[in-house]
Write a protein of this length. Structure first.
Length: 228
């Protein structure tokens, strides 16, 4: 499937503006797992590939899974191996040592688990407590965080720790903030996208600094589980 021009522009906004906001989360998880040379990682919903690049910088071999064709194309421009869907068993190479699933959908998670070795790590992450996240309040309530512990239990995984990471969303101005937040897909269901962007810009004004920058503090939570 060839991405539409609009989809390509939104994907580039993700890659150029929004993707880096989650670097503290990616780095905290990699530190916790002690990711290094020889590790094989599978990144579910890898976007334009930044989490894969960070893992590769530590010496790991990282493969991504991204359903969005525009984001997948950008990741491949970075010379990354990115699949449209999780690899079906049997895995041609040895199974993956870790699966990274940020904001995971249960069906996609279930499809990816067979690619992970026994005892391998499965990392799930999503928004933290509502009172510690600015973005959901800007979105008028926004997305409710997934119950990551329940996902672990339903998937038959063994809990192995959790953590919280401060991930502030900082933008040069309101226009950049609107473009970045729209690229997350949180507004995909809006009946009138132009009106939604206008309302978002108005909602962001209280978070503007004197120099025009926008600062949105957030906490993200992750859990680590192990394959049985």
């Amino acid at each position: 499937m060839t991405p539409t021009p609009t989809a390509t522009l939104v994907a580039r906004d993700w890659a150029e503006i929004q993707e880096r906001m989650l670097v503290p989360l990616y780095e905290a998880v990699y530190d916790r797992l002690e990711v290094g040379p020889g590790d094989r990682l599978l990144g579910l919903g890898c976007g334009a590939g930044l989490p894969l690049l960070l893992a590769a910088g530590r010496g790991a071999v990282a493969t991504g899974v991204e359903a969005d064709p525009a984001l997948r194309a950008l990741a491949r421009e970075r010379l990354l191996e990115v699949l449209a869907a999780p690899p079906a068993p049997p895995i041609a190479k040895r199974p993956y040592d870790a699966l990274l699933a940020f904001a995971p959908a249960p069906a996609a998670l279930a499809a990816a688990l067979p690619a992970v070795r026994r005892g391998g790590a499965v990392v799930l992450a999503d928004w933290g407590p509502a009172e510690r996240c600015t973005v959901p309040s800007v979105l008028g309530g926004g997305p409710a965080p997934r119950d990551l512990d329940a996902l672990v239990e339903r998937a038959g995984l063994r809990p192995d720790g959790s953590g919280r990471v401060f991930c502030p969303f900082g933008y040069a101005d309101v226009d950049s903030a609107v473009r970045g937040l729209v690229s997350t897909g949180l507004y995909d269901g809006a009946a009138d996208p132009a009106l939604a962007e206008k309302e978002l810009a108005e909602a962001l004004h209280p978070y503007e600094r004197p120099d025009g920058a926008v600062w949105l503090p957030n906490i993200f939570r992750y859990v680590i589980a192990r394959m049985a």
